[in-house]
Design a protein around this ligand. Structure first.
Ligand SMILES: *Cc1c(COP(=O)(O)O)cnc(C)c1O
Length: 209
């Protein structure tokens, strides 16, 4: 299934007139059985995503060599240091208190600011109209994120959300776009995604938590 997703990623890139090498496929291994994780590692894939610091700390250290690890789930401020020690990138920078914790560390991973493109009250992320102010405020702390991340509302057409994230990226002079999951990564690539986060389409359905 990994090879199928790689093929579809490259195809979507070509259709959009983009270089497939400009798109990073993050294999989201949260809650997956270890044998599935090891099978994807054995196929040579080296970029993975996790949602929970504790789960990732339990399974990744012995497998970490040569692997690029991305934190894509909500991050509690009291786990900022543990996350910075374990992950190469954090996609869920979504509030000032977390920015302050990260800025105080001597090693800071690559950062993506999560944007709540659907303005959903229960969902994490900076409101689109607050983004410029948030970026200015964290710049004062010395934080320069490489891009933006979004999770579109479950039942909506994701394309307007991907487009909005790209426009916000361009308006704020950032580089990367973390968007697109199993069900919509090709649409995200068409809208400029540089990092797609694909879980179940690679590993199979997740067992319930
Ligand atoms: C779980 C998760 C994914 C992967 O979801 P799939 O539908 O399994 O591809 C991507 N992004 C985030 C933020 C997630 O929590």
């Amino acid at each position: 299934m990994l090879n199928d997703i790689k093929t579809r990623t490259a195809e979507a890139a070509r259709k959009a007139g983009r270089n497939p090498d400009d798109i990073t496929l993050i294999a989201v291994s949260k809650m997956q059985p270890l044998d599935r994780l090891d099978a994807v590692l054995a196929q040579g894939h080296r970029v993975f995503g996790e949602n929970y610091v504790q789960e990732a700390a339990g399974k990744w250290p012995p497998r970490r060599q040569g692997v690029q690890l991305h934190m894509i789930g909500p991050l509690q401020s009291n786990k900022a240091r543990a996350a910075a020690d374990l992950f190469d990138a954090i996609h869920s920078l979504d509030r000032m208190s977390l920015a302050k914790k990260l800025a105080a560390l001597d090693h800071i991973p690559d950062l993506f600011v999560q944007v709540n493109t659907g303005a959903e009250p229960q969902k994490a992320g900076i409101a689109p109209h607050d983004l410029a102010g948030f970026l200015a405020a964290i710049a004062d702390l010395g934080l320069r994120p490489r891009g933006l991340m979004c999770i579109p509302p479950t039942d909506a057409d994701p394309v307007p959300h991907f487009r909005m994230l790209r426009e916000l990226r361009d308006a704020n002079g950032l580089r990367d776009l973390s968007m697109g999951m199993s069900s919509d990564f090709e649409a995200a690539i068409a809208q400029g995604a540089t990092h797609i986060r694909v879980g179940s389409a690679i590993f199979g359905a997740r067992p319930p938590r």
